[in-house]
Each structure stands twice: as C-alpha cells, then as structure tokens.
Design a protein around this ligand. Structure first.
Ligand code: FE2
Ligand code: FE2
Length: 168
C-alpha cells in the first residue's frame, strides 16, 4: 500500500507556494546586496568629526547585511530555487547614493532609515505569506526582521540628535 509522507513546503503539491516564496526571497536577497554596496560607500565617503559615529555604525552593519544576503541565498536553494547572478541585478536605492557634499550626514542617516524601512516592510510581507505555508522561512525572517528594526532604531536616534540640534 502506498503511503504518502508530507514534507510540507517541499511537497510537489506546494510548488506554486514555493515559487512565490523564492521570488520574495530573491527580492530580499537583492535588497541586502544593494544595501551592502551602499553601506560600504556611505561608510567611507562622509567627511568630518561628526561623521565618525555613522561610519563606525555602518561598518558594523555591513557584515550583518552580508550575513542576511547569505541566509536568503541558502533558503532560496533549500526551496529548489537558483540564486541569481549579477546580470539580474536592478538597483532601487536612489536615496542612498552619495550626497553632493560629503559632510551631509543627514542625507546618509535618512537614506539608511529608508533602506531599513523598506526591508522591514518587505520582510513583514514574507512573514505573512510564509506563516501559512513555511514556518522555517517565517522563523528565519523573524530573526532578520529584528536586526533591521534594531538598525532602523539606531539611525532614528542619530536623526533625533541632529533634529534636536537644528541640523536636520
Ligand atoms: Fe539586512
Ligand atoms: Fe539592516
């Protein structure tokens, strides 16, 4: 007698959900890669005494965002997807391009907050979708979401300080 073993999200019957998840995870992967690129640039470009705290903070974030990209890549493969190569990359972080003046730290702070907010929004969507079909992806995203909330909160604090001093 044939027995049917359920393998959850890896079941043949779940192909459509898997493909949708792989698409969402691929978008997340590119968001992390673009964030790494822009955090590297913005951790080097800024000038001035006041920029040093931002530079230090972004340097630490780069490793975390790279780690996120690697986690997304792993999960894409586990769900039978293929991690894309660089030719599929399309940039979307216009707001994180280098400012005209490299002492314009507020531009960088606002750009980081926007990048983190975008990640938070997209990862919440994945959590919502995965919640019904793939608790492992949901679990992974919850941990990553906390990192992004932490990053956003830190840069909100920087912005508050600049606003309090009338510089933002
Ligand atoms: Fe990230
Ligand atoms: Fe982040």
């Amino acid at each position: 007698m044939a027995t049917s073993t359920s393998t959850g999200i890896l079941d043949d019957a779940r192909t459509a959900e898997r493909e949708e998840l792989v698409e969402l995870l691929t978008t997340a992967y590119w968001m992390e890669i673009e964030t790494v690129m822009n955090y590297i640039a913005n951790s080097v470009n800024p000038d001035g005494v006041r920029a040093q705290e931002i530079i230090e903070s972004l340097r630490e974030d780069i490793a975390e965002e790279l780690g996120h990209a690697q986690q997304f890549a792993e999960r894409i493969k586990e769900l039978y997807g293929v991690v894309p190569g660089s030719e599929a990359f399309r940039p979307s972080q216009g707001y994180l391009q280098p400012p005209d003046r490299q002492t314009d730290i507020v531009h960088v702070i606002r750009g980081v907050i926007e990048a983190e907010s975008g990640a938070i929004e997209h990862y919440q969507r994945i959590i919502e979708f995965a919640g019904d079909v793939d608790p492992v992806t949901e679990d992974m995203l919850i941990a990553i979401l906390r990192d992004e909330q932490k990053h956003r909160r830190l840069f909100e604090g920087f912005l508050r300080e600049y606003e309090a001093e009338g510089r933002a």
